[in-house]
Every structure is written in structure tokens, then in C-alpha cells.
Design a protein around this ligand. Sequence first.
Ligand code: FAD
Length: 288
Amino acid sequence: MKAANFAYHAPTTRQELFALLAELDDARMIAGGQSLVPMMNFRLAAPENLVDLNTVGGLDGIEVAGDRLVIGAMTRQRAAERSATVARVCPLLVETLGRVGVQQIRNRGTVGGSIAHFDPTAELPVAAVALDAEVVLESLRGARRMPVADFGSDYLTTEIEPDEVLTAVEVPLWPEGHGAAFDEVTRRGDSYAIVSVAALVLLDAAGRVARLSVAIGGLTHAPARLAVDAMVGAAPEGEALAALAETARALPADGDGLMAAEDKQHLAATLTERVVRRAGERARRSTG
Ligand code: FAD
């Protein structure tokens, strides 16, 4: 099918972009187009106005600013995946991005577009929640920040206002020596996750958990953050890890056409055990 008719707008500056979004009715931004174009072609979306983010300068880029990694919204997923900076300070993102579709999709798809689209089975929002990342939302009214963990309000729906642009994703950095891992179960190797888990762990000198963060995607409309306090002071393996996996199994889940809720919960438990153990092994290797 072909998309319904729309008016195309190509702002070149942020101010022009913000002004257009403030004045236009029924406008949709296009970034990499990897989700929006198929939706428009299937007539699942039929915006009257399409506002191109590709023509606006300065919305991409990767930098470390103080204790944060700042990724411009229009940074292509593949550019972030291949960035030496991201690899050095946030290996979890590199591993996670490598699981987003296939390379051709990541060449066009953007980091901001993936978070803005907030597909419940997308990989990037899961890592972003585990990392305590924030989105920067800008409009003529100013800028605000919001944790990615609070961004999704329903399936494919976020807290962004119609005149706002997601301009950057900010990731607080974990200390050197932390371990991180991501894994997922998919229908096919390169497709969206049915359930996915991202974890970061910092160990003390005795190899016990000093800090842990775990996020699980695919269970409901937004990634769930796992309660991990009971793991602090324990080794990331054995009984403590098995108990954590049971906490994951107890998270609420929605069944869908692909899988029943209790099967998703089973995957959440299995993946949590696997991913936290792997993150722990990586932390041990990087400090030992
Ligand atoms: P677009 O498609 O351009 O936009 C998506 C939505 O976000 C639109 O509503 C748009 O208005 C909004 N938006 C985009 N950028 C902004 C912004 N800066 N501010 C506010 N709103 C914005 N994704 C996965 O996570 N995992 C997969 O396994 C996967 N497999 C795929 C396989 C195929 C065959 C295809 C076609 C896509 C796949 N994707 C997958 C989707 C891909 O990651 C998209 O790139 C991503 O979902 C959206 O990013 P985009 O830049 O293409 O955004």
C-alpha cells in the first residue's frame, strides 16, 4: 500500500522545527523512517503534516559531558553501535544496539526514533531503563528532562507533547570495572525481542554485588525495572541469583498473539539469571 497524502516540511534549524510543531495540526516527525514509513504505508498512521528531522542541523552526535554520555536524537543506531566513545564508557549500549533488527535498519534508524517510538518489544528502551537514562524534550516552551523509565504511558504511547521534540538521550555513566550484558528471545535471530533483559553490575573487592540494575522488556507496554536490593552483598550467582530470577517471574505480564503471559514470565526469569550471571562474569574479568 501507499501512504495517504501529506504535506512535507523540511525545517533547517531547531527554532524553525519547534515553531512548525507549535503551529501545525496533526504533525508527525520523521527521523529514520524505519517504523513510521511502514506504519504510513499500511495506513496505521496518516498524519496531515510530515516534519523532517533529517534537514535540521545539530540533532546528532555523541559526547561525554561530565558524568553523562549524551547521544543526539538523530544519531543513527549504527553510528552509536560503532562509536569508540560508546564502546569505552557504555558497552551495554553497543551490545544492545547490535540486536536491533539488521544492519541496514540500523544504518537509517535513529537512537531518538527508537526511544520516541517506544515499541514494547524494542531493545533500546530496555537498556535505557537499566542505565537510568533520561530523554531531553524540547519545544518553543523550553526544555525538560524525563527518565526513560517514566516515558512510556501506554502501548506505543509516550509522555511527549505534540509540540515537543526528543532532542537527546542522556546516560549516566557507570564506574569503570562494571559489567553489563543484554540478551533476548526473538522469533527469528534479527527481529524484535519477545522478552529481553539488560543488566549492569558493580562488584566489591570480594566479588559481591555492590550495585546492580536490571530492566526487562516485552512484558507490558514499557520495560520493567527489577527490585534488586536483596542481591546487594551477595555473589551474582547461586541461590541469590535464583531468587532474583523468581522476582522477575512474578512481574506483571500481558499475553499477546505471540506468547501467553506466563511463558513471557518464564523467559523473564531465565533471561534474568543468564544476563546477571554474564554481567557478573564480565565485571570480575574487568577488575581481576
Ligand atoms: P521513525 O520511524 O522515523 O519514527 C518513529 C516514531 O518516532 C514516529 O512516530 C516519529 O514521529 C517519532 N520520532 C522519531 N524521532 C523523534 C524525535 N527525535 N522526537 C520525537 N518523536 C520522534 N527496532 C527494534 O528496536 N528492534 C528490532 O529488532 C527492529 N527490527 C526492525 C526490522 C525492520 C524490518 C524494520 C523496518 C524496523 C525494525 N526496527 C526494530 C525499528 C527500527 O529500530 C526503527 O529505526 C525505530 O523503531 C524508529 O527509529 P526511526 O529513527 O526509524 O524513527
